[in-house]
Design a protein around this ligand. Structure first.
Ligand SMILES: *Cc1c(COP(=O)(O)O)cnc(C)c1O
Length: 354
């Protein structure tokens, strides 16, 4: 008896997620996972690890609500934004229902759907990576099984900021029909563009946020779902009893205190400047055909021969994220913004490519 054959059919067909870390390489410059280059310095302040943690620690919930300017009842904390994706699928999709995604986009929507045996409908973005609203509306009209729509704003891996008018239109025609998830993992880098200030109008809107990107705490595994209380209440039913370890809550609540938030905001400004500098230097290289405007902590650029460029840097221990197989992204590479030193090492390595 082979136990693999005992596992669920959809699980037999899965391959483990190719996380940036798993893709490995012998790098010393890691610019493939949109992490912050330097670790912030936090110390544990709590004791009492014998007790189960608070399922939704008040300091973390209130800290994040304050940071966003929403109320505490709009916030659910989870094991990273990735757990939010999973919760939304589990809470809203029946076994025969589907999610809709707009490639090229973040890989975890599809991974989470498939892991739960949920089918995926693709409505690729337009040539400028904006939403194809007509096609999304048509898909919804033709396929009553579509239940959750994932859009990513700013989009990973393109960096695109979605048109606000498009998002509002999407939210109008999906009313009473489907859940719209707006993944704002990178919205801290242009926070004025958040959709969270429209929450009151849209009971079917769920926004995903995280401490992994702008807060430089990817190792913490702490993310949020922002929605109206009814939707938050539904997710509460499917979330694990103690999603946030005591130590995570401890550090997350420190990270959300005013003094640290002020530091985060300064780092965001510096990072945005560094990104624009790097974009300028990339576009000056003669084999770089295009650098997408980015609103995140990364850039997407297109090369004449993306594979060659990716491999040349890999050989030198500079690990970027190849997007070659992503929809519409042939010869494209995604690079996280590193320290000034890392960024200039990358540029020098690129200049040396013959
Ligand atoms: C990084 C990321 C997330 C969530 O990351 P967590 O580390 O799980 O919080 C969600 N969506 C996108 C688009 C991301 O890039």
């Amino acid at each position: 008896m082979n136990i693999t054959t005992l596992s669920r059919k959809n699980v037999q067909e899965l391959t483990p997620y190719q996380s940036a870390r798993r893709l490995g390489g012998n790098g010393d410059i890691w610019l493939n996972a949109n992490e912050y280059a330097i670790s912030p310095d936090f110390q544990l302040s709590k004791t009492g690890f014998n007790r189960y943690p608070d399922p939704q620690p008040q300091e973390v919930i209130e800290g994040y609500a304050n940071y966003l300017g929403v109320s505490a009842e709009n916030v659910l904390v989870s094991r990273g934004g990735d757990e939010s994706i999973e919760l939304l699928i589990r809470a809203f999709c029946e076994q025969d229902e589907k999610v809709l995604i707009c490639p090229p986009t973040y890989g975890m929507y599809e991974v989470s759907a498939r892991t739960n045996g949920i089918d995926v409908v693709y409505v690729p973005t337009l040539a400028d990576f904006q939403l194809d609203l007509k096609n999304i509306e048509q898909s919804l009209a033709q396929d009553s099984k579509i239940k959750v729509i994932f859009v990513c704003n700013p989009n990973n891996p393109t960096g695109t900021l979605l048109n606000r008018a498009d998002l509002l239109e999407l939210l109008e025609f999906t009313r009473n029909r489907a859940i719209v998830v707006v993944d704002e993992a990178y919205m801290d880098f242009s926070s004025e563009n958040t959709i969270t200030n429209e929450l009151a109008k849209f009971p079917h809107l769920a926004v995903i946020r995280t401490l992994s990107k702008a807060f430089a705490l990817a190792g913490l595994r702490c993310g949020f779902t922002i929605a109206n209380p009814e939707l938050i209440g539904i997710l509460q039913k499917v979330i694990a009893p103690y999603p946030l370890p005591t130590v995570v809550a401890d550090i997350a609540s420190q990270a959300l205190q005013a003094n640290n938030v002020a530091e985060v905001k300064q780092r965001i400004e510096q990072l945005n400047l560094a990104r624009e500098q790097l974009a300028k230097e990339l576009i000056e290289l003669d084999f770089v055909k295009r650098v997408e405007p980015s609103f995140g902590n990364f850039l997407l650029f297109e090369c004449e021969d993306g594979m060659k460029v990716f491999n040349a840097l890999w050989e030198q221990g500079i690990i970027l994220r190849n997007q070659h197989t992503a929809h519409n992204l042939a010869n494209c590479i995604r690079i996280s913004i590193g320290t000034d030193e890392e960024n200039s090492k990358v540029i020098n390595a690129l200049k040396a490519i013959k």
